[in-house]
Design a protein around this ligand. Structure first.
Ligand SMILES: [Zn+2]
Length: 147
């Protein structure tokens, strides 16, 4: 499918926020699923002439089933990944970046859906913990830190 007309506007605003000029290519695809930020390995030479393999962002895909507000959230989520370092996943820095983007575009998003979707990651963390330690109380103090 063609990228929605608002794609470049969101990307440009995020680049402006980050004081950056380049962003990996964004590709929208029809269908159920989520977004993915892909990375690739690049061969680069260090200052002492040694070749090394370096990871860098390659492109973003967004799976769309036609819900514009949801698609905007997914794109912003993936942009928060590619504006950070490769392979750092959903760390605190990532979430700070993601929520700052959501805030900028708040009027274009379904805020309750954003919270529901993004807090779901934390629920997964808790579920996995409870599977591993069924008899132990989860450390609630630490879990609530991330909210
Ligand atoms: Zn993610």
């Amino acid at each position: 499918m063609k990228n929605p007309e608002w794609t470049d506007r969101l990307v440009s605003k995020v680049l402006e926020i980050e004081h950056r000029t380049k962003c990996p290519k964004v590709i929208f695809r029809k269908g159920n699923g989520s977004g993915t930020a892909f990375y690739k390995f690049k061969r680069t030479k260090t200052h002492n002439g040694v070749w090394i393999r370096k990871m860098s962002w390659s492109h973003i895909t967004v799976r769309s089933y036609g819900n514009e507000k949801r698609d905007k959230m997914v794109l912003l989520h993936e942009l928060a990944h590619v504006m950070g370092r490769v392979n750092t996943g959903h760390n605190l820095k990532f979430w700070e970046r993601a929520w700052s983007y959501y805030e900028v575009f708040r009027s274009e998003l379904d805020w309750e859906a954003v919270k529901k979707s993004e807090f779901w990651y934390m629920k997964k963390a808790k579920t996995a913990y409870e599977k591993l330690y069924p008899e132990v109380e989860p450390p609630l103090g630490q879990l609530s830190l991330a909210i």
